[in-house]
Design a protein around this ligand. Sequence first.
Ligand SMILES: *Cc1c(COP(=O)(O)O)cnc(C)c1O
Length: 389
Amino acid sequence: MSSDRHSTDPLKFETKLLHFGGEIDRTTGASSVPIYQASTFHHEDVNHPPVHDYSRSGNPTRQALEDYIALLEGGVRGFAYSSGMAAISSSFMLLSAGDHMIVTEDVYGGTYRLLTTILNRMGIESTFVDMTDLEQVKAAIRPNTKAVYMETPSNPTLKITDISGVTNWAKEHGLLTLLDNTFMTPYYQRPIELGVDIVIHSATKFLGGHSDVLAGLAVARTEELAAELKKLQNGLGTVLGVQDSWLLMRGMKTLGARMAHSEQSAAKLAAWLQGRSDIERVYYPGLLHHPGREIHEKQSTGYGAVVSFDVGSGERAKQVLNRVRLPLVAVSLGAVESILSYPAMMSHAAMGAEVRQERGITDGLLRFSVGLEDVDDLIMDLGEALNGA
Ligand SMILES: *Cc1c(COP(=O)(O)O)cnc(C)c1O
């Protein structure tokens, strides 16, 4: 019933989702973690302070969530933040002015904006490389390089980075490795087992799973890094509130069932799209022609629920968005309901047209996050939208 089960735990992943140590309240036997809606904690004896003394530094509800994600990712300690970007920006604070970072070129749009318009002002430099090519990663190293930041499969073109290829090389050079695992979740991919130092999530997506919570998570591979992250989380105050911590745990319990269902549907949708002559390209790591498929299969146990496809032009993409009836047309992904988004005008708008084109985020590209609807209904709906556009 506690986090000391981590290293020796023989339970399978699906079981851990339900039996993670915080599923029962120890004092009352209640069937879920209580929401400790408190900012501070009474010192019954000033000589023996309570476990948690102030909720920015620690709260039992948030702690249960942090232990939960650490268990799922196989790290030593987890951290919960007010958003995915709070998790990412807090982790980047491990770097100092004058440091340099190598970053996957088709990184999440918000991460790109953070690096190129905020952290650059603080003297933290970054070089963006095509991480499908390990040689480009190696060639980007400088005397002041401190870290490598990965995202695989990447967003929205689902490019694959060889995780252990990067971590083995990074270790030789004493570089910190970070990986945004939002698309795969620990259900399909556990980067710490492949040598990654810090795994990051926008828990707003698949982990929360219901489009109703904004949250971020990070997990550290070593106690030393965990202590650093703890200091940053507390010092920056980027913590997740208790209500959202509870909601996130509630969502995470069904992660396995949701991912499995959505993945099956995503594979069917991707194959259907590929069979259509009016679709220029389909991106899904489970498709035979996907260039990163082999590497992806080495490091993950599934392909996920996100399918991107190019309908040919920006004009047609907009028509499809306006014609679909089932998916939510929105930014975001990873929910029970399908979400169709338009990277060029939504998630990657911050990137600038030229950089977008370079990175394959064309004006006709749509990203479909497959939810739990009957896939035949989704296909029928998308088919009608495409036929009329
Ligand atoms: C959404 C997202 C983020 C940012 O997370 P927020 O919770 O929106 O702050 C980071 N990385 C990826 C891959 C995402 O999809």
